[in-house]
Design a protein around this ligand. Structure first.
Ligand code: CUA
Length: 327
């Protein structure tokens, strides 16, 4: 670590929460503080009134009990409507923050995450792999696309206020921008078996130039998109989906992000989850105009291979004639 990084890590002072280090942290902390103040204020108000009324109307006290008011419609309406408005406001606030975190900014750097008992496998777009570690540049949006090989895991970086379940059978995502240099804990936050507590790692935020050097240094495989194209050819997909195929199968170029009409009349957006399902559960959403002849690839491709295929389609399903040389 450089001196500048050290200085940023060793921030002085006492903190109730670990200091935030991502774009989501300030938003989450503000919402959390507002909730604590709201709930704390209500608890104090209710507790205080309870205590006050207990003392005032204790047995034998001389308080005036002559005209108890039993029903007051304005009062009942007020104490019903006011909390409802507050709850809706809090919901709207949280949903707004959630939406920002799920919206992937343009130009975001995609990192694939696969959780398995009991480690985190990560892969950058250029093919560089990491285990129980993630390096990201300062100030650049990053999106994690996450899948699980076995149980439900949860990718948790407390300093980033980032916690996302990693669920078998689907792809979950989370985007963030690191705002502070340093090293931060990664935990698994969902009990996933005997070594769940050992499923930890380190997230390192680096200056952009140092990150570029790090990304290019060290062993890396062909990029993820090239891996996807190689799988498209080697796993048999190209036999039907290739340009020269005579089998009627939907073309894959331009598919990602488009709207797909299905045989049963529904329409779907071709996102990560749709494409994953199309590969492992091909009978679930059959595309209109094509016979349901695709075999399932469940068990034949692992999660990182599925992610590579999807990354290739996300890149527009290009033909990459030199992929063979890169393998
Ligand atoms: Cu993986 Cu807990």
């Amino acid at each position: 670590m450089t001196d500048a990084t050290q200085a940023a890590v060793a921030a002085p002072g006492w903190h109730l929460l670990s200091q935030g280090a991502s774009s989501a942290a300030a938003r989450t902390d503000t919402l959390f503080l507002a909730m604590v103040l709201l709930c704390g204020g209500m608890a104090l108000l209710i507790g205080g009134l309870l205590l006050f009324l207990c003392i005032r109307y204790r047995e034998g006290s001389k308080a005036d009990r002559s005209s108890p008011s039993n029903d007051s419609h304005p009062l009942e309406i007020a104490w019903t409507v006011a909390p409802v408005l507050v709850f809706i406001g809090v919901f709207w606030w949280a949903a707004h923050d959630w939406w920002i975190e799920r919206t992937v900014p343009d130009g975001a750097m995609v990192v694939q995450v696969v959780g398995k008992q009991w480690m985190w496998h990560l892969q950058h777009a250029n093919g560089r792999r990491e285990i129980n570690a993630l390096h990201v540049p300062l100030g650049r949006p990053v999106v994690l696309t996450m899948a699980s090989q076995d149980a439900i895991h949860s990718f948790f970086v407390p300093a980033f206020r980032l916690k996302q379940d990693v669920v078998p059978g689907r792809i979950t995502r989370f985007s963030f921008t690191a705002t502070r240099l340093g090293e931060f804990h990664i935990f698994c936050a969902e009990y996933c078996g005997s070594e769940h507590s050992a499923m930890v790692g380190t997230l390192t935020v680096m200056p952009p130039a140092a990150f570029s050097r790090w990304l290019e240094a060290g062993p890396h495989e062909p990029g993820v998109v090239q891996q996807g194209f190689a799988l498209f050819r080697d796993a048999g997909c190209s036999g039907c989906h290739g340009a020269a195929s005579t089998v009627p199968a939907p073309p894959l170029g331009g598919l990602y992000g488009s709207t797909v009409r299905l045989a049963d009349g529904r329409t779907l957006r071709a996102d990560d989850d749709y494409l994953r399902d199309a590969i492992v559960l091909p009978r679930k959403d059959v595309v209109a105009g094509y016979p349901p002849v695709m075999p399932s690839y469940a068990g034949r491709l692992d999660e990182s291979q599925l992610q590579a295929l999807i990354a290739w389609m996300r890149a527009g399903a290009p033909s990459l004639p030199d992929a063979e040389d890169l393998r």
